[in-house]
Design a binder for this molecule. Structure first.
Ligand code: ZN
Length: 245
Protein backbone atom coordinates (compact mmCIF):
# COMPACT_ATOMS: atom_id res chain seq x y z
CA UNK A 1 0.00 0.00 0.00
CA UNK A 2 2.80 2.39 0.88
CA UNK A 3 4.68 1.57 -2.31
CA UNK A 4 1.52 2.07 -4.34
CA UNK A 5 0.92 5.44 -2.65
CA UNK A 6 4.51 6.54 -3.24
CA UNK A 7 4.19 5.58 -6.92
CA UNK A 8 0.94 7.54 -7.27
CA UNK A 9 2.61 10.59 -5.76
CA UNK A 10 5.61 10.23 -8.08
CA UNK A 11 3.44 9.89 -11.16
CA UNK A 12 0.89 12.57 -10.31
CA UNK A 13 1.07 15.61 -12.56
CA UNK A 14 -1.46 17.68 -10.66
CA UNK A 15 -1.58 16.84 -6.93
CA UNK A 16 -3.40 18.86 -4.27
CA UNK A 17 -3.12 18.64 -0.47
CA UNK A 18 -6.08 18.91 1.90
CA UNK A 19 -5.24 19.11 5.61
CA UNK A 20 -7.07 19.35 8.93
CA UNK A 21 -6.49 19.55 12.67
CA UNK A 22 -4.62 16.23 12.94
CA UNK A 23 -1.75 17.69 10.90
CA UNK A 24 -1.34 20.54 13.42
CA UNK A 25 -1.79 18.38 16.49
CA UNK A 26 1.21 16.29 15.47
CA UNK A 27 3.29 19.45 15.79
CA UNK A 28 1.92 19.94 19.30
CA UNK A 29 -0.62 22.61 18.39
CA UNK A 30 -3.39 22.40 20.96
CA UNK A 31 -7.02 22.40 19.93
CA UNK A 32 -8.59 24.17 22.85
CA UNK A 33 -12.22 23.32 22.42
CA UNK A 34 -13.62 21.40 25.36
CA UNK A 35 -10.51 21.17 27.45
CA UNK A 36 -9.71 24.73 28.37
CA UNK A 37 -11.26 26.70 31.24
CA UNK A 38 -12.60 29.60 29.19
CA UNK A 39 -14.58 27.29 26.92
CA UNK A 40 -16.27 25.87 30.00
CA UNK A 41 -17.07 29.25 31.43
CA UNK A 42 -18.14 31.04 28.25
CA UNK A 43 -20.02 29.99 25.14
CA UNK A 44 -18.40 29.84 21.66
CA UNK A 45 -20.56 32.82 20.74
CA UNK A 46 -19.00 34.89 23.54
CA UNK A 47 -15.41 33.87 22.78
CA UNK A 48 -15.45 33.52 19.07
CA UNK A 49 -17.94 35.76 17.32
CA UNK A 50 -18.03 39.36 16.15
CA UNK A 51 -20.83 40.22 18.60
CA UNK A 52 -18.87 38.58 21.45
CA UNK A 53 -15.77 40.53 20.47
CA UNK A 54 -17.69 43.82 20.43
CA UNK A 55 -19.40 43.03 23.74
CA UNK A 56 -16.24 42.13 25.68
CA UNK A 57 -13.04 42.71 23.67
CA UNK A 58 -10.76 42.26 26.72
CA UNK A 59 -12.17 38.79 27.41
CA UNK A 60 -12.03 37.66 23.79
CA UNK A 61 -8.51 39.00 23.24
CA UNK A 62 -7.30 37.35 26.44
CA UNK A 63 -8.51 34.08 24.93
CA UNK A 64 -6.67 34.67 21.61
CA UNK A 65 -3.60 35.87 23.45
CA UNK A 66 -3.54 32.58 25.36
CA UNK A 67 -3.91 30.58 22.14
CA UNK A 68 -1.21 32.59 20.37
CA UNK A 69 1.23 32.23 23.24
CA UNK A 70 0.52 28.49 23.44
CA UNK A 71 1.27 28.18 19.72
CA UNK A 72 4.33 30.41 19.68
CA UNK A 73 6.94 27.68 19.97
CA UNK A 74 5.14 25.16 17.78
CA UNK A 75 7.16 24.33 14.67
CA UNK A 76 6.24 22.33 11.56
CA UNK A 77 6.94 18.59 11.83
CA UNK A 78 8.80 16.67 9.06
CA UNK A 79 5.50 15.97 7.26
CA UNK A 80 5.23 19.66 6.42
CA UNK A 81 8.77 19.74 5.06
CA UNK A 82 8.05 16.63 3.01
CA UNK A 83 5.21 18.59 1.37
CA UNK A 84 7.54 21.51 0.71
CA UNK A 85 9.94 19.05 -0.91
CA UNK A 86 7.09 17.69 -3.04
CA UNK A 87 6.19 21.25 -4.04
CA UNK A 88 9.79 21.70 -5.26
CA UNK A 89 9.67 18.40 -7.16
CA UNK A 90 6.36 19.15 -8.86
CA UNK A 91 6.94 22.86 -9.36
CA UNK A 92 3.56 23.62 -7.80
CA UNK A 93 1.52 22.11 -4.98
CA UNK A 94 -1.67 23.83 -3.86
CA UNK A 95 -2.55 23.23 -0.21
CA UNK A 96 -6.11 23.56 1.09
CA UNK A 97 -6.16 23.66 4.88
CA UNK A 98 -8.74 23.90 7.64
CA UNK A 99 -6.00 25.01 10.06
CA UNK A 100 -5.45 28.61 11.14
CA UNK A 101 -1.92 28.28 12.55
CA UNK A 102 0.08 29.07 9.40
CA UNK A 103 2.36 26.02 9.74
CA UNK A 104 2.14 25.15 6.02
CA UNK A 105 3.45 28.60 5.10
CA UNK A 106 6.05 28.47 7.86
CA UNK A 107 7.41 25.28 6.27
CA UNK A 108 7.73 27.03 2.90
CA UNK A 109 4.53 26.12 1.08
CA UNK A 110 3.57 29.00 -1.15
CA UNK A 111 0.07 28.28 -2.47
CA UNK A 112 -1.99 27.82 0.71
CA UNK A 113 -5.73 28.27 0.89
CA UNK A 114 -6.76 28.82 4.51
CA UNK A 115 -10.45 27.94 4.61
CA UNK A 116 -10.84 29.18 8.18
CA UNK A 117 -8.48 32.15 7.90
CA UNK A 118 -5.27 32.74 9.83
CA UNK A 119 -4.32 33.40 13.45
CA UNK A 120 -1.18 35.18 12.27
CA UNK A 121 -2.83 38.43 11.27
CA UNK A 122 -5.53 40.71 12.58
CA UNK A 123 -7.54 43.46 10.94
CA UNK A 124 -9.87 46.32 11.80
CA UNK A 125 -13.29 45.11 12.97
CA UNK A 126 -14.87 48.09 11.17
CA UNK A 127 -13.17 47.11 7.89
CA UNK A 128 -11.35 50.43 7.44
CA UNK A 129 -8.65 48.50 5.58
CA UNK A 130 -6.06 48.17 8.36
CA UNK A 131 -4.43 44.76 8.65
CA UNK A 132 -1.37 43.71 10.63
CA UNK A 133 0.84 40.75 11.46
CA UNK A 134 0.10 39.82 15.08
CA UNK A 135 3.21 40.69 17.05
CA UNK A 136 3.72 40.22 20.77
CA UNK A 137 3.94 44.00 21.14
CA UNK A 138 0.53 44.40 19.58
CA UNK A 139 -0.84 41.66 21.79
CA UNK A 140 0.17 43.53 24.92
CA UNK A 141 -2.51 46.14 24.22
CA UNK A 142 -5.75 45.24 25.93
CA UNK A 143 -7.55 45.03 23.62
CA UNK A 144 -5.48 45.79 20.49
CA UNK A 145 -6.98 48.67 18.53
CA UNK A 146 -6.76 49.90 14.96
CA UNK A 147 -4.21 52.74 14.73
CA UNK A 148 -6.09 54.24 11.78
CA UNK A 149 -9.61 54.54 13.16
CA UNK A 150 -9.50 53.44 16.81
CA UNK A 151 -11.87 50.48 16.44
CA UNK A 152 -10.84 47.16 18.00
CA UNK A 153 -8.92 44.62 15.95
CA UNK A 154 -10.23 41.17 15.12
CA UNK A 155 -8.18 38.04 14.42
CA UNK A 156 -8.36 37.08 10.74
CA UNK A 157 -9.94 33.72 11.44
CA UNK A 158 -13.46 32.78 10.47
CA UNK A 159 -15.52 33.48 13.57
CA UNK A 160 -18.68 31.80 14.80
CA UNK A 161 -21.57 32.59 12.46
CA UNK A 162 -19.34 33.90 9.65
CA UNK A 163 -19.24 32.17 6.26
CA UNK A 164 -16.02 30.63 4.98
CA UNK A 165 -14.30 33.02 2.53
CA UNK A 166 -16.24 32.43 -0.72
CA UNK A 167 -13.26 32.88 -3.07
CA UNK A 168 -11.15 30.43 -1.08
CA UNK A 169 -13.97 27.88 -1.07
CA UNK A 170 -14.64 28.19 -4.79
CA UNK A 171 -10.96 27.93 -5.75
CA UNK A 172 -10.60 24.91 -3.45
CA UNK A 173 -13.48 23.14 -5.18
CA UNK A 174 -12.04 24.02 -8.59
CA UNK A 175 -8.68 22.55 -7.60
CA UNK A 176 -10.37 19.45 -6.19
CA UNK A 177 -12.36 18.85 -9.36
CA UNK A 178 -9.29 19.34 -11.56
CA UNK A 179 -6.61 17.41 -9.66
CA UNK A 180 -5.46 13.87 -10.40
CA UNK A 181 -4.39 13.14 -6.81
CA UNK A 182 -5.50 14.54 -3.47
CA UNK A 183 -3.45 13.88 -0.34
CA UNK A 184 -5.91 14.17 2.57
CA UNK A 185 -4.15 14.58 5.90
CA UNK A 186 -5.43 14.66 9.47
CA UNK A 187 -9.02 15.58 8.77
CA UNK A 188 -12.07 13.63 9.86
CA UNK A 189 -13.92 14.88 6.74
CA UNK A 190 -16.96 15.78 8.82
CA UNK A 191 -17.34 19.54 8.83
CA UNK A 192 -19.10 20.93 5.77
CA UNK A 193 -18.64 22.65 3.38
CA UNK A 194 -14.93 21.78 3.70
CA UNK A 195 -15.75 18.07 3.97
CA UNK A 196 -17.11 18.13 0.43
CA UNK A 197 -13.68 18.93 -1.04
CA UNK A 198 -12.28 15.35 -1.12
CA UNK A 199 -15.62 14.09 -2.48
CA UNK A 200 -15.38 16.67 -5.28
CA UNK A 201 -11.90 15.29 -6.06
CA UNK A 202 -13.27 11.73 -6.25
CA UNK A 203 -16.13 12.82 -8.48
CA UNK A 204 -13.62 14.56 -10.74
CA UNK A 205 -11.78 11.26 -11.18
CA UNK A 206 -8.88 11.84 -8.77
CA UNK A 207 -7.31 9.23 -6.53
CA UNK A 208 -7.14 10.01 -2.80
CA UNK A 209 -4.29 9.10 -0.50
CA UNK A 210 -5.55 9.52 3.00
CA UNK A 211 -3.13 9.83 5.91
CA UNK A 212 -4.81 9.61 9.29
CA UNK A 213 -4.21 7.30 12.27
CA UNK A 214 -7.97 7.10 12.82
CA UNK A 215 -10.93 6.06 10.68
CA UNK A 216 -12.67 8.89 8.78
CA UNK A 217 -15.79 9.47 6.71
CA UNK A 218 -14.03 8.80 3.40
CA UNK A 219 -15.55 5.87 1.50
CA UNK A 220 -13.90 2.49 1.01
CA UNK A 221 -13.15 2.52 -2.68
CA UNK A 222 -10.49 1.53 -5.20
CA UNK A 223 -9.76 5.22 -5.54
CA UNK A 224 -9.07 5.80 -1.84
CA UNK A 225 -5.86 4.56 -0.26
CA UNK A 226 -6.03 4.95 3.51
CA UNK A 227 -2.77 4.92 5.43
CA UNK A 228 -3.37 4.79 9.17
CA UNK A 229 -0.12 6.42 10.18
CA UNK A 230 1.12 9.77 11.42
CA UNK A 231 1.82 12.34 8.70
CA UNK A 232 5.17 13.29 10.21
CA UNK A 233 6.37 9.69 9.85
CA UNK A 234 4.86 8.65 6.55
CA UNK A 235 4.98 11.77 4.34
CA UNK A 236 8.81 11.76 4.24
CA UNK A 237 8.68 8.09 3.20
CA UNK A 238 6.04 8.66 0.52
CA UNK A 239 7.76 11.69 -1.02
CA UNK A 240 11.37 10.54 -0.69
CA UNK A 241 12.16 13.54 1.49
CA UNK A 242 15.31 13.15 3.58
CA UNK A 243 15.50 15.30 6.66
CA UNK A 244 18.54 17.52 6.94
CA UNK A 245 20.40 16.63 10.08
ZN1 ZN B 1 -9.73 50.74 11.50
Amino acid sequence: MINKAAELIRESSNPVVFSGAGMSRESGMRTFRGEEGLWKEYSPEQLSSISGLRADPELVWSWYRMRLIAGKNVVPHPGYYALTYLQEQKGHLPVITQNVDGLHRQAGQTDVMELHGSMRTASCIDKCGFSVHLTSELLRADPPVCPDCGAILRPDIVLFGEPLPPETISRSYELAEGCDLMIVIGTSVQVWPAAGIPFAALEGGAVIIEINPVQTELPHSDNVISIRRKAGEILPVLTGFKEKR
